[in-house]
Design a protein around this ligand. Structure first.
Ligand code: HEC
Length: 97
């Protein structure tokens, strides 16, 4: 009898943890790693840009210009390995042409 009581509590604690972690991931605005790259590379000089403010075609040019700003302002260019997923993210969520 005593043993089954412990098992029930353990099961309950486990269920509680599952609910908690589900809530934590639902609270993230966008789990796409591209969103984190934008937050990391695009917020030093202005607020995070909305991906829907440009079309996929426009984003390449805008990000190119921002690379120049980063270099001019001493932040350094975004490395290739991060630039590609960052640009992919903006294009994927960009507005229609
Ligand atoms: C080193 C500073 C700096 C960083 C970092 C920066 N920007 Fe900018 N951004 C600017 C400046 C200055 C302007 C206004 C002049 C211009 O548009 O070139 C601007 C303007 C913008 C605009 C509005 C103008 C337009 O063409 O719509 C967007 C969108 C934008 N940035 C996106 C981004 C994105 C995306 C990133 C990250 C890849 C980024 N910025 C990172 C300096 C920066």
């Amino acid at each position: 009898m005593k043993k089954s009581m412990i098992d029930w509590r353990a099961a309950c604690a486990f269920a509680f943890m599952a609910v908690c972690s589900q809530e934590a991931s639902a609270a993230l605005p966008d789990p796409d790693p591209g969103a984190a790259l934008v937050a990391g590379y695009c917020t030093q000089c202005h607020g995070a840009p909305s991906p829907s403010s440009h079309s996929a075609r426009e984003w390449a040019g805008v990000v190119d210009r921002m690379q120049n700003w980063r270099v001019i302002k001493g932040f350094g260019a975004i490395p290739d390995g991060d630039l590609r997923p960052l640009l992919d993210y903006l294009k994927r969520h960009g507005r229609a042409q």
